[in-house]
Design a protein around this ligand. Structure first.
Ligand code: GDP
Ligand code: MG
Length: 664
């Protein structure tokens, strides 16, 4: 198939145009603009197709001279197989600039309404798309301001005005005078034609802003002649070759005629133009061109993005540990995706090209930002754990306050993150905030841990000191036992509290607020009081109390006030001493049963709330016991019976020894 019926008798656009074009020129190796479109116009059977076939090596259908049969209506397109040449020996030269030819068939300008419609539509189409319009005209018709050609030209001009009055787009009207005899010189014919053209031009009703415009504002005019095909065969061929020279030398094609639509989009443009024409819509070529640009730029953008996506998938970002390598990789992916877009899409309408470029960048950046964020998140993770380690190391040096250590290490980590993240072009403010938040959370945790460490250290100190004192006091029990215990408790806790408040200045070191400091102080007291309770309760058991009371009894019974062992002289003395010691010891039992202060006769009550979750788990009965209660009635009775037995045993033993002495 050497030519394609672009628009058929039914005015349907051929959807195979793109593959047809691409068979000859796909524009992939250059900018896609190295092509030309030439149309031919003129009454039917004026030898248009014959001329094109000779001039461009096309194979358009030619009317059979014997049968005088009409050729198929429609618009045909063909790639020029060659261009006729007078210079080459073969008479033809290569079509290096990809001339495509549109042959408009079936127009004779005066018949039916349908033909008139088609004539107008094909004129619109040819003018919208072509750089050069060949107008075929018989010599004998020149100067006759009448006939089919004049009608046709009127249509062409009208259509042209409607198309380009707001956005002028020039093209070349190349008049080819056929069956040129040479009797009248071409220059004269040219003058005659120009007069006719101006007459037609002047007769047109023009759009408002086009009153003063001349025909030459819209068209460049060209004139050539071709001798009679039959009567001057040689000249006929030579004339065509000379015309071919003009096409081949590019002297006819001016840059401004070109629509500057890359070939890959040109077919879409043609299709759209025809649809608009068919729908009898006003043709707005700039808009059409923008639509085409959008369509194509979208396609190119998608292709570029696909390339990007493919290359993106191939990168193992996890391996790019160095932040500079990582940043470079992202940058490269970005520019490698933009390069093919730029080279293809920059040929289109600039605003469309740039607009789509922005979209492409946005799409790419979305992906890259995501990747960057992922990396930054793992960097944050690493830095935060590094932060904890650094704080511990700095703490061990013991040369700075804890709050200062936290602040300094935090700042160092933030700087490190900024340095790392800023190597990449993408914004990292969100991640920076995230890091700061995590650092502050971890700082808070570390501060909390540090505070608890302090509390438990002080509580431990309290425990050892208090236990010691308790044993000392209970070793020498008295009725004011709890006054003495509380006094010791107060002394120990006060000395420890002062350590907390001033000595170590831990509150200050931890960077606590006044309230936090108060709360911590309460916590410390709670801890002391809880320990106090635990130690006392652990200590004051039936066994211990029994032992203490027994010892006390022994001390009182066996030793005199000077700690000298008594020597019993008679049993009366034993009885007296026994009663005295027993009374004292028995009076001490209630003292151990409940922590009551002798001064006020009140139970010891902690000044801070130390109720723990444990107490809530206790039964109703247990709940009624107060902080001060140590031994239950049952336990007291147990102690009593044990101590009594032991006291009695000691008493009996003493008596026996006296009796043994007296009997011997
Ligand atoms: P089209 O309808 O304009 O494409 O014309 P065709 O190329 O089909 O030719 C119509 C008829 O005119 C054919 O019989 C051709 O042989 C004849 N013809 C072609 N070129 C010339 C020419 O230069 N002079 C004359 N007199 N006849 C021609
Ligand atoms: Mg024809």
């Amino acid at each position: 198939m050497s030519s394609l019926q672009l628009i058929d008798e039914n005015k349907t656009f051929n959807e195979h145009l793109l593959p047809y074009i691409q068979r000859y020129y796909d524009g992939k190796d250059d900018n896609g603009l190295n092509y030309h479109i030439v149309s031919v116009f003129g009454s039917q059977s004026t030898g248009k197709s014959t001329l094109l076939n000779r001039l461009f090596g096309t194979e358009f259908e030619v009317m059979d001279e014997a049968k005088r049969q009409q050729t198929t209506k429609g618009i045909w397109i063909s790639h020029a197989k060659y261009i006729a040449s007078s210079k080459a020996e073969s008479g033809r030269t290569e079509n290096t600039n990809h001339v495509f030819v549109l042959d408009v068939e079936g127009v004779d300008g005066r018949e039916k309404a349908d033909d008139k419609d088609f004539e107008r539509k094909s004129a619109l189409f040819a003018l919208s798309t072509s750089e050069i319009l060949i107008v075929n005209i018989w010599e004998h018709q020149v100067g006759l301001y009448q006939g089919a050609n004049m009608e046709l030209l009127k249509t062409v001009f009208e259509v042209n005005l409607s198309l380009f009055h707001s956005n002028r787009q020039k093209c070349l009207l190349l008049f080819v005078v056929r069956d040129f005899t040479g009797v009248t010189p071409l220059e004269n014919l040219e003058e005659n034609l120009k007069t006719d053209l101006n007459k037609i031009w002047d007769s047109l009703s023009r759009p408002e802003n086009c009153e003063g415009v001349k025909i030459t504002d819209f068209f460049d005019l060209g004139f050539v002649s071709i001798s009679h095909k039959h009567f001057q065969k040689e000249r006929f061929e030579e004339d065509i070759r000379l015309l071919g020279d003009k096409f081949a030398s590019d002297s006819l094609f001016k840059q401004e005629y070109h629509r500057n639509i890359p070939i890959d989009a040109w077919t879409i443009y043609m299709d759209q133009i025809w649809q608009q024409i068919e729908l009898n819509k006003d043709l707005d070529l700039p808009t059409q061109q923008i639509l085409v640009a959008r369509f194509r730029c979208d396609e190119i953008m998608q292709q570029a993005y696909d390339i990007f996506e493919e290359q993106y998938q191939m990168v193992d970002f996890g391996k790019l540990e160095d932040s500079q390598d990582f940043a470079d990789a992202l940058k490269e992916l970005r520019s490698e995706a933009l390069a093919p877009y730029d080279s293809s899409a920059s040929r289109y309408n600039q605003s469309v090209y740039l607009e789509r470029r922005e979209q492409l960048i946005k799409k790419i950046d979305l992906r890259l930002t995501e990747t960057n964020s992922q990396r930054l998140n793992s960097v944050i993770k690493k830095l935060v754990s590094e932060f904890s380690e650094q704080v511990q190391i700095a703490k061990k040096k013991r040369d700075a306050k804890f709050s200062d250590i936290l602040a300094a290490q935090s700042a160092a980590i933030v700087t490190q993150f900024r340095e790392d993240a800023s190597k990449c072009i993408f914004d990292h403010s969100r991640e920076l905030e995230q890091l700061k938040k995590e650092l502050s959370d971890v700082s808070e945790q570390l501060r909390h841990k540090e505070k608890n460490l302090l509390l438990s250290r002080l509580t431990k100190k309290f425990q050892t000191q208090f236990k010691e004192k308790l044993a000392e006091i209970t070793g020498d029990p008295s009725t004011d036992l709890w006054d003495r215990v509380l006094n010791e408790f107060n002394q120990i806790t006060q000395s420890l509290e002062s350590k907390y408040v001033s000595d170590d200045q831990y509150d200050y070191q931890l960077g606590m607020t006044e309230q936090e400091n108060k709360d911590t102080h309460v916590e410390l007291l709670q801890s002391f009081w809880t320990k106090f309770k635990d130690i006392i309760h652990d200590y004051v058991t039936e066994d211990t109390v029994s032992r203490i009371l027994r010892n006390k009894f022994e001390d009182l019974f066996r030793y005199d006030d000077n700690d000298v062992p008594r020597v019993w002289l008679n049993t009366l003395e034993i009885d007296q001493q026994y009663n005295r010691a027993r009374d004292t010891v028995l009076s001490l039992l209630p003292v151990f049963s409940k922590m009551v202060l002798t001064k006020t006769n009140e139970e010891i009550v902690p000044p801070v709330n130390i109720s723990t979750t444990d107490s809530e788990e206790l039964d109703e009965d247990d709940k009624e016991t107060t902080f001060a209660e140590l031994l239950s009635i049952k336990q007291q009775n147990g102690v009593l019976s044990r101590v009594k037995k032991e006291m009695d045993a000691i008493y009996i033993e003493a008596k026996r020894s006296v009796m043994a002495n007296t009997t011997s």
